[in-house]
Write a protein that binds this ligand. Structure first.
Ligand SMILES: Nc1ncnc2c1ncn2[C@@H]1O[C@H](COP(=O)(O)OP(=O)(O)OP(=O)(O)O)[C@@H](O)[C@H]1O
Ligand SMILES: [Mg+2]
Length: 326
């Protein structure tokens, strides 16, 4: 099982394809957090491509630089993932006890996960209380072990301990819920625009209605500038950020960004704003009223895939424990 050895404070590390971001928070009395450390180091576009770490030494070097520049003493690191290797499914199962669910989830998951079940780490969160009906809704999260290993090993190589791996869309939801009052039934979309991936999580109050990772982001804007003005990627990136490059100014770049933005707005609308397919509609009906679980301290927990250094033996298969399962 995965538990924090001394303190439950962790350092959050976001290993993005354009930059590594680090944040250390301290929990204050009353559950609020104060910011202790904040850092960002840019990463060469060759280091991570399509969500895969292509040059791990470059990533390790960048994390180490952040660790030493920010003089991070805490060893416990949390990170999160998104993209093709992360599968999140909402499934409905016959009502059963938490123990029965824990025993059968691996078997149940096999039907829903498009990868060999031995190649993934699984976690799950029941959304409905056992005993509250004939069925229970469960969020199932499966992440390829290979992907988890790639991201956790770059952390380990800097001498830190990867104690937790979350899923981007839900990490954003946790951040939102920690910082804002969640109004029951209020529908809103959380959109996290990265360099290559945009995570969307549509909420109704504290419940996630649906989520999606869309493969577009800031890189497309840089690419458009690069193409139209025949520049290098780095030059285009600087121009996009409002810095002058050669004889170009941001004023010349704005029309290019506008054109790209209207294309992206259509893309986002197509992916998120469209009328849901029949399958999604029935899924949303099932979800109405479903709440994420709360752990004993009252903090909302969304599914996370913990990277357990000592996975429990479960019928000969490695399985991930859900930390703080409530
Ligand atoms: N000042 C700015 N103006 C415009 N765009 C910016 C600015 N600062 C950063 N960006 C863009 O934001 C994107 C980086 O965002 P973020 O750090 O969230 O991405 P990432 O986590 O590295 O990427 P991903 O998660 O997609 O792998 C880049 O495309 C970068 O060009
Ligand atoms: Mg990112």
């Amino acid at each position: 099982m995965v538990f924090f050895s001394k303190s439950k404070n962790v350092v959050g590390l976001d290993i993005g394809s354009s930059a590594v971001k680090l944040v250390e928070l301290k929990e204050k009395k009353g559950g609020a957090f104060s910011l202790v450390k904040l850092g960002l180091e840019r990463l060469s576009p060759e280091a991570i491509v399509d969500g895969s770490i292509m040059d791990s030494s470059m990533v390790v070097e960048t994390i180490s630089k952040l660790n030493s520049e920010k003089a991070i003493k805490n060893s416990n690191y949390a990170t999160s993932l998104s993209g093709h290797s992360v599968i999140i499914k909402k499934i409905t199962l016959p009502a059963m006890s938490p123990e029965e669910l824990s025993e059968s989830i691996q078997w149940e998951a096999e039907q829903y996960i498009p990868f060999d079940i031995n190649d993934v780490n699984l976690d799950y969160v029941p959304l409905t209380q056992p005993g509250s009906g004939d069925n229970i809704d469960v969020i199932l999260v499966a992440v390829k072990k290979e992907k988890i290993n790639d991201y956790t090993s770059v952390i380990s190589q800097t001498g830190k301990v990867p104690v937790l791996v979350d899923v981007d869309a839900f990490a954003v939801q946790n951040a939102y819920e920690t910082n804002y009052d969640v109004e029951d039934g209020k529908v809103l979309a959380l959109v996290n625009i990265g360099a290559s991936v945009t995570n969307v999580n549509v909420l109704s109050g504290g419940s996630s209605l649906f989520w999606r990772d869309i493969t577009f982001g800031g890189n497309q804007y840089t690419d458009a500038i690069q193409r139209e003005l025949s520049l290098s990627f780095d030059q285009a990136e600087e121009l996009k950020r409002g810095h002058s490059v050669a004889d170009y100014t941001i004023q010349q770049v704005i029309p290019i960004l506008r054109r790209r933005a209207s294309q992206d707005a259509r893309l986002l609308h197509r992916d998120v704003g469209r009328r849901p397919r029949r399958r999604d509609r029935s899924r949303r009906r099932r979800l109405r009223g479903a709440q994420p679980r709360r752990h004993p301290a009252g903090q909302v927990r969304h599914p996370r895939v913990d990277h357990g250094p000592v996975p429990e033996d479960h019928g000969g298969r490695e399985r991930v424990q859900s930390r703080g399962a409530g």
